[in-house]
Ligand binder design. Structure first.
Ligand SMILES: Cc1cc2nc3c(=O)[nH]c(=O)nc-3n(C[C@H](O)[C@H](O)[C@H](O)COP(=O)(O)OP(=O)(O)OC[C@H]3O[C@@H](n4cnc5c(N)ncnc54)[C@H](O)[C@@H]3O)c2cc1C
Length: 405
């Protein structure tokens, strides 16, 4: 189990990180895994009351917002330390939500801490940190390639003390039930540098003109609430200029900042999924008999899948933790090649491991009686969001090739 890897010495209530990880995993197994059936039945909203109870227990245990610095009420873990927590939480689709470190809120908390005004921190950040509200991040547009988001149609035009926003977004994750969106919109269309044309603006979702068109079905499942991805229209959405995050034109700079740590969070979460899928695969291989006394595990193909998965998961963890260490020590820019490398590498390992685990389970693997199919459906996006594989591979190769010029 991953909790036994070399955890360092951060202490919460006098406990080492290793002890804390073991306790969190035990908590997930007894309190959270039994709730996962609700996720598979596709009714997140119906689960909110019981999830609120579990969140209260997490707070009482001192585990709340484990990604946040001490100044803002968190434990103050390094990124590498939080990565280990993220792995354990990733073992359940509910883990990050119950601990209040789920995407996209974790990223929004981070940018509000770094760039928010006193008003924005009091109005939007504090309730997020307290888990009283949720938020979303609205950048991608159906009409333009999200891989090159500098080309976007959404505009925010100044009018008196306000911005008036018009645009059409999609894949605004978790917009359903969110209290506000951080919207990327063009504010400076004439800026020479195209990376300085857009800004991030906070739009409360009860603003007239904010229209959640639909939760987009993902491979047959639209989901709801936190577990959904929305198409959103902004029609003459008027918000005060004090809702601008950071400086005008700084939208892409701020967006870049959130991606480094965000990719560590996601990659470690994927490793948690891999570990749980791996355990399911091994357990099933040992118990499913092809004939009396002949379990699946006796077949070399299954043994190969187990060995290959073990190697890929171990390699992934080492790569991600090393990248987290580099970000901790040298910053996200210095670690940009490593960040891109883990993004495409671990996303593919996740897909490999899930596919092998499903294949080992035969028909059962594609049913919603077990979690594997849910993950296969919902985590296919891992190779697309936060930059598709191809964009990251190209970036890595270009950086490497510079050394050969
Ligand atoms: C599950 C999920 C959640 C998401 N959540 C959010 C969110 O909360 N907020 C938000 O704003 N957006 C979100 N997104 C959108 C995501 O950021 C975009 O899907 C992503 O940036 C890719 O953009 P696109 O879908 O327009 O694909 P495109 O940019 O149209 O690219 C299509 C394909 O072309 C290929 N391609 C692209 N560029 C290159 C290149 N340079 N070289 C070679 N091939 C290339 C890739 O294979 C890519 O998959 C989410 C997406 C998913 C799947």
């Amino acid at each position: 189990m991953a909790a036994s890897t070399t955890a360092t010495a951060s202490n919460i209530s006098g406990k080492s990180l290793t002890e804390m990880l073991q306790e969190i995993q035990a908590f997930l197994e007894t309190e959270i895994y039994p709730l996962e059936k609700g996720v598979r039945e596709n009714s997140f909203q119906a689960m909110l009351p019981v999830l609120a109870e579990k969140r209260a227990a997490v707070k009482a245990n001192g585990w709340w917002t484990p990604q946040i610095s001490e100044k803002w009420g968190g434990p103050g873990f390094s990124l590498a330390e939080f990565g280990k927590v993220s792995e354990i939480l990733g073992r359940s689709p509910l883990g990050h939500y119950v601990f209040n470190c789920q995407a996209p809120d974790a990223g929004n908390m981070e940018i509000l801490i770094e760039h928010g005004s006193d008003y924005q921190r009091e109005t939007f950040l504090q309730p997020l940190l307290d888990g009283k509200i949720r938020s979303c991040f609205s950048m991608t547009e159906p009409a333009h390639a999200g891989s090159n988001p500098v080309i976007m149609s959404t505009q925010a035009v100044k009018d008196g003390d306000d911005y008036v926003i018009n645009g059409h977004k999609w894949f605004t994750s978790s917009a359903d039930g969110a209290s506000f969106a951080i919207v990327m919109a063009v504010t400076n269309p004439d800026a020479e540098n195209r990376y300085q044309r857009a800004s991030q603006i906070i739009v409360p979702t009860d603003t007239p003109g904010f229209q959640l068109v639909r939760n987009i079905p993902i491979m047959g499942e639209a989901g709801d609430d936190y577990m959904s991805h929305a198409e959103v229209k902004y029609e003459n959405c008027r918000v005060p200029q004090k809702n601008l995050l950071g400086k005008e034109g700084a939208g892409f700079t701020i967006a870049q900042e959130r991606l480094g740590p965000g990719r560590i969070h996601h990659c470690m979460r994927w490793i948690g999924i891999c570990e749980r899928a791996f355990e399911m695969m091994c357990r099933y291989a040992k118990t499913r008999e092809l004939a009396p006394g002949k379990p699946l595990a006796s077949k070399q193909t299954i043994q190969n899948w187990i060995a290959e998965s073990r190697a890929e998961i171990n390699a992934s963890r080492l790569m991600v933790l090393d990248t987290a260490r580099k970000i901790d020590e040298e910053g996200a820019y210095a670690a940009r090649v490593e960040i891109s490398t883990i993004k495409f590498y671990v996303a593919k390992v996740l897909q490999n491991v899930l596919d092998r685990a499903i294949q080992t389970h035969g028909a059962l693997g594609i049913t919603d009686d077990i979690l594997l199919s849910w993950w296969f459906r919902h985590e296919r996006g891992a190779r697309i969001y936060d930059g598709p594989d191809e964009v990251h591979k190209s970036r890595v190769a270009r950086e490497i090739l510079k050394q050969y010029s």
